[in-house]
Design a protein around this ligand. Structure first.
Ligand code: PLP
Length: 368
């Protein structure tokens, strides 16, 4: 199998799978109960939170475990108070967890303004005219999940805070977490997903600088500092931490390898006159291009029959056209024939060679 869809989800690391039985058995207790094994489970859970705090260079109490990054996005957007400031500034290339949540919320009084540009990434100058003293929140992802484009969020956040330090900043760092460094100093909220870093599905993190300004979406037993009730997912949190640690080491040690694989694909696209949809300002582990010849779905099925797995847009958009590429202003033939490749340090050169051979075969034999 040649799996080239790591941005959709990542296989659970064997090191984590190996420890699942032990962690599940040893720490199955409810951390809120009073007897000794529960106290030990609570200590373990707290140690995971502490280690993740060290990992992200923040305090452990800034970390809230929840079910997914999607839940984290909902918690921020729906949990803030918009009575004094009503505006959210963002761009159309955010993940559906943001865009669809914003669409629901606009009907509740708050308004969203979208920065438009065709570059595929945002600079401060693109949002400068949108932010004002009525702006409550700026939502800007770090790395785009479909094109791999990078928003230099630290730099943008610093400038926004200089303009008005009451503007809150939320960055979806799902696709950059443990892969490229981020300094959270000027960032008020950030979300992370366990299954994108070789952990388990069903566990995400919301980093929150100031918990007091968030209204909980889920009420109940008051877990996670009262912001996210529900019995703690000890195993999921452990796997998210372990996955983050392993991912960071692998990406650090094999960055040049990823650049090399990315160049192989890019050079091939140039030779074949495919359209490159990812901007130059991108990470090496996500690459988006269009064959201009074969509809994405046909290509995905053709490659799938050879045990090569790629996607056309974000996994959750399913068969729908890519909103991201459409928002970048690409014409329909580009959007309709797009392919997204996402790599991992474990991806081998031979995997890419096999993929490119089968890609060409499909283009040459299946297009009209
Ligand atoms: N944000 C981005 C950029 C993503 O790629 C994803 C996953 O597809 C999400 C958010 C949602 O993550 P989760 O699956 O944890 O809800």
């Amino acid at each position: 199998m040649v799996y080239l869809d790591y941005a959709a989800t990542c296989p659970v690391y064997p090191e984590i799978i190996k420890n699942v039985p032990e962690i599940s058995e040893k720490y199955f207790f409810n951390p809120s109960s009073l007897y000794r094994p529960s106290v030990i489970t609570k200590k373990f859970f707290d140690s995971v939170r502490n280690s993740l705090g060290i990992f992200l260079s923040c305090k452990s109490e800034n970390i809230l475990f929840m079910s997914s990054a999607t839940e984290a996005c909902n918690t921020v957007i729906k949990g803030l108070d918009y009575t004094r400031r009503t505006k959210i500034v963002t761009w159309p290339l955010e993940h559906s967890a943001i865009i669809n949540t914003l669409q629901k919320c606009t009907s509740a009084g708050m308004s969203a303004s979208y920065a438009i540009n065709n570059k595929g990434y945002i600079e401060y100058k693109d949002i400068k005219d949108l932010i004002d003293h009525n702006t409550k929140l700026l939502v800007l992802m770090h790395v785009n999940n479909e094109t791999g484009s990078i928003n230099h969020i630290e730099e943008i956040a610093e400038k926004v805070k200089k303009f008005d330090n009451q503007i809150l900043i939320f960055s979806d760092i799902v696709q950059s977490h443990a892969k490229i460094h981020i300094n959270l100093e000027n960032i008020d909220f950030a979300c992370i997903s366990g299954h994108k870093v070789g952990g388990l599905k069903g566990c995400g993190v919301l980093y929150v600088k100031n918990k007091d300004i968030l209204r909980p979406l889920i009420d109940g037993g008051g877990q996670e500092f009262g912001i996210r009730s529900g019995t703690e997912n000890t195993l999921g949190a452990y796997a998210l931490l372990e996955g983050s640690t392993i991912t960071r080491a692998k990406f650090r040690n094999h960055w040049d390898h990823l650049l090399n694989l990315n160049n192989m694909i890019k050079d091939h696209c140039k030779t074949m006159r495919f359209h490159i949809n990812s901007p130059e300002n991108r990470v090496p582990y996500i690459f988006n291009f269009s064959t201009m010849k074969l509809p994405s779905e046909v290509m995905i099925n053709a490659l799938s029959s050879k045990n090569i797995y790629v996607s056309s847009a974000s996994a959750c958009s399913g068969k729908k056209k890519s909103r991201v590429l459409t928002s970048m202003g690409f014409k329909s033939v580009i959007v309709d024939t797009a392919i997204r490749i996402s790599l991992h340090p474990d991806t081998e050169e031979d995997d890419i060679k096999y993929f490119l051979t089968e890609l060409d075969f499909a283009v040459n034999h299946l297009s009209f």
